[in-house]
Design a protein around this ligand. Structure first.
Ligand code: AMP
Ligand code: TRP
Length: 342
């Protein structure tokens, strides 16, 4: 872990993940977390566990608390350096909820109802609460609080970034120019999209994939190897990248290449004529090799919750400093009476 202080001049970026499962999976790792780790070199990065957002889906309180610690531990185990980047828990910086309220008051009801993620959830029969409706306004608050210039997220979050930009511009027009920084979208296009091992045409997803389709970063070695050996492929025997007709093998090639750094054409050449068994065994070995140090670091962090809590408290302290300055500007701009000091 490097002890380099974050450069005060580096532009700020921010991203978050919800603590909605017992472990992140390989898709979260390759699709998001690895990018976060790389971006720390260039930016003053703020990475948080979106526990307030997770409340939109009723969860047992002890489970939510556990998942929040696990998610923070996994950010760090994956390479986010808590001494360089602020790693924190959304609810520890109470300004998020406060700015979220201001964002709610800038949003038209119909505008919130038109967000696709809300419509999808309602269409799927979720018993939606008002928190789910105003989820994007809280997300806008998360982002605008830190004057973030970029927000590295997956394609599924594009609409939420667009409304964040709209709300920032609306705030600045209605109240005071340049109070909030309008963020640039930073959609992680180049990053790997990892598919479900049992259904390689569907995204690997903590909420919809079956256990056998998911590689959890907490899975023991034998389980990882078994899941990869049973991954759905096709009836040919050729290791070739073709996501259209060979989605399963292509997914395994993407996983191998992302973790080993070996270009896909080189893998195709190396496994020519060898059959799927040999290939799958090597993919399993590559995943196990990558996940083992991750799991060790995660266990160390979870075995010492006091130290983990200290690291995220440090992150919250740093985040709060920025958040308080933003809220002072916002309160003054909207006309909230400053409380007198007694
Ligand atoms: P989620 O688990 O859907 O809340 O996603 C958390 C982060 O991981 C987001 O930035 C997603 O874009 C990313 N992510 C989730 N599933 C995958 C996947 N199968 N492949 C690549 N990235 C993913
Ligand atoms: N909505 C994001 C997701 O589900 C999580 C999130 C909440 C977030 N607030 C954020 C991501 C702010 C980036 C910035 O993945």
């Amino acid at each position: 872990m490097s002890a380099t202080a974050p450069s005060a001049r580096a532009p700020r970026i921010l991203s978050g993940m919800q603590p909605t499962s017992d472990s992140l999976h390989l898709g979260n790792y390759l699709g998001a977390l690895l990018n976060w780790v790389q971006l720390q070199d260039e930016f003053d990065a703020y990475y948080f566990v979106a526990d307030l957002h997770a409340l939109t889906v009723p969860t047992d309180p002890a489970v939510l608390r556990h998942r929040t610690r696990v998610t923070a531990a996994q950010f760090i185990a994956g390479g986010v350096d808590p001494l360089r980047s602020a790693v924190f828990c959304q609810s520890h910086v109470t300004e998020h909820a406060e700015l979220g309220w201001v964002m709610n008051c800038l949003t038209a009801e119909g505008e919130a109802r038109r967000m696709t993620q809300f419509k999808d959830k309602v269409a799927k029969g979720h018993n939606a609460n008002v928190g789910l409706l105003t989820y994007p306004m809280l997300m806008a608050a998360d982002i605008l609080m830190y004057d973030a210039v970029y927000v590295p997220v997956g394609e599924d979050q594009r609409q939420h970034l667009e409304i964040t930009r709209d709300l920032a511009e609306r705030f600045n027009t209605r109240y005071a120019a340049d109070t909030l920084v309008v963020p640039q979208p930073y959609i992680l296009k180049g990053s790997a999209k990892i598919m479900d091992l049992t259904d390689p045409n569907a995204k690997m997803s903590g909420s919809t994939s079956p256990d056998k389709g998911l590689i959890l970063l907490s899975d023991p070695d034998a389980r990882i190897a078994k899941k990869i050996r049973s991954a759905v492929t096709d009836t040919e025997a050729e290791v070739r990248f073709d996501p259209e007709t060979k989605a399963g093998i292509s997914n395994l090639l993407v996983i191998h290449s992302a973790l080993s750094g070996t270009p896909i054409p080189e893998l195709e050449a190396r496994f020519a004529g060898q059959g799927y068994g040999v290939f799958k065994n090597e993919v399993a070995a590559v995943v196990v090799e990558a996940v083992t140090p991750f799991r060790t670091r995660m266990s160390e962090l979870l075995d010492d919750p006091a130290e983990l809590d200290r690291l995220i408290a440090m992150g919250a302290d740093r985040a709060r400093e920025v958040a308080q300055a933003t809220m002072a500007r916002v309160r003054a701009a909207v006309g909230l009476l400053p409380a007198a000091r007694l």
